[in-house]
Design a protein around this ligand. Sequence first.
Ligand SMILES: Nc1ncnc2c1ncn2[C@@H]1O[C@H](COP(=O)(O)OP(=O)(O)OP(=O)(O)O)[C@@H](O)[C@H]1O
Ligand SMILES: [Mg+2]
Length: 372
Amino acid sequence: MALIEFEHVYKRYPGSANAAVDDLNLHIETGEFLTLLGPSGSGKTSTLMLLAGFEAPSAGFIRLDGKSIESLPPHLRNMGVVFQSYSLFPHMTVAENVAFPLSVRKVPATDIATKVSAALAKVHLESFAQRKPNQLSGGQQQRVALARALVFEPRVVLMDEPLSALDKKLREEMQLEIRRLHRELGVTMVFVTHDQSEAMTLSDRVAVFNQGRIEQLASPQVLYDSPANPFVASFLGDNNMVSATLEASETPAKEKGTIKVRTTGGQSLYACSRNSGLTGSDSLTLCVRPEFLQVAADRASLTTHNCLNGTLLDLIHQGDHWRLVARLNDVGKEDATEAQWFAKINPGALPQGLVVGQNLCLGFRPEDAWIF
Ligand SMILES: Nc1ncnc2c1ncn2[C@@H]1O[C@H](COP(=O)(O)OP(=O)(O)OP(=O)(O)O)[C@@H](O)[C@H]1O
Ligand SMILES: [Mg+2]
C-alpha cells in the first residue's frame, strides 16, 4: 500500500473558473523522493498545500496509510514543511526556531535540547545555535528551516521551492545536502520545483504537472529518454519539434520499427512512433533532442537519410559543446517555435568553416526521433 494516495482530487479556489488541481491521482511510496515539476501556475503548490492540510480539496480523497486525512488539521499529519521564503521567526535564535515544532507538540524541555542539537548536527549548523536568522546566509537559513522540518521526526517532509532564492552554486550544494539527508534518514520527501535539473538531481520519481494535471510520472531517466508527449519532452531537456503527417506505415527493411512521415514543408523523414494505428489524417509531431542532431553543409556528409534543410542563425560556444541555432527552411513562418531548431555539437564534431546565414542540413537517426 502506498504511504500517500490522492484519488480524484480537485481544488477549485473561490471565484476562479479553472481547477488549480484537476482530477489528481497520485500514489507516493514510503521513503521515496518525489518531485512535482511544472511551469508556473500548474498546481504544484496547491497539491503540496492539500497534502500538508493548509488547503482542503474541493472533491476527492487524500489518504495517509490508507486513512482519509481531508479533515485532519496540519499539526496532526506528522509532516514537516519547508517553504520557498525562509519563514524563520526573526526574533528567535536558530535553536529556538528549531525547537518551535517541539514546544507546540508539548515535548518535555529536556528532550527538546537533545533533539534540537541532533537536528542542527544533521544540517551541519551546531555552532550557529545562538545566532538570529539575520546573522545567517541564505543557504544557512534554509538549512535551519530544514532542521526545523526534520526535528520532530516527521514521516514526510514537504518542500516548496526551498532553494529558489539561492544562487546557483549554493543551490547545487544544498541539493547534495538534501540528497544526503534523504538517504540517511529514509524519510519520504515531496519536493516542488520548476527547475528541471534540480528535479533530475534529487528525485526517485518526478510528476510533470501541466494545468493541474500530471502529464507523466516516472523516474528522471524514463522522462528524459521516453517522454509521453511533446510537453514532457520540451519541459525536461531541450527539444526540437516539427509538424508532420503519416506518409507510409510500411517502411524499408533497413528502417525497420520506424514510420515514414512528411513534414508540412514536404520533407520525408523516418522516426520511431509511440502509437500504433496511426492514420494519414492524424496530425503528428516529430521531436528530436539537440544532442542527437548532426549538422553538415551538404546532405551527403550526413550519416543518415533524415535531413531537414535550415539556415544557420547563430553559433554559440558553451565551453564543453557548441550550440547551433538554425531556422528550418520549409516550415511555415507563422510557427516560430517549430521553425527554430537547436543542435548541441561536441567541439570535435563541428564542421569547419560554418558561417552564420549559410544553408545547412540537420540530420538525425530514426531511432533518435519520436513521433507523437
Ligand atoms: N489562494 C488562491 N486563490 C485563488 N487562486 C489561487 C490561489 N492559489 C493558487 N491559485 C491559482 O491556482 C493555480 C495553481 O497555482 P499554484 O500556486 O498551485 O501553482 P504552482 O505550480 O505552484 O506555480 P508556481 O511555480 O508559480 O509557484 C494558479 O492559476 C493560481 O493562480
Ligand atoms: Mg508554487
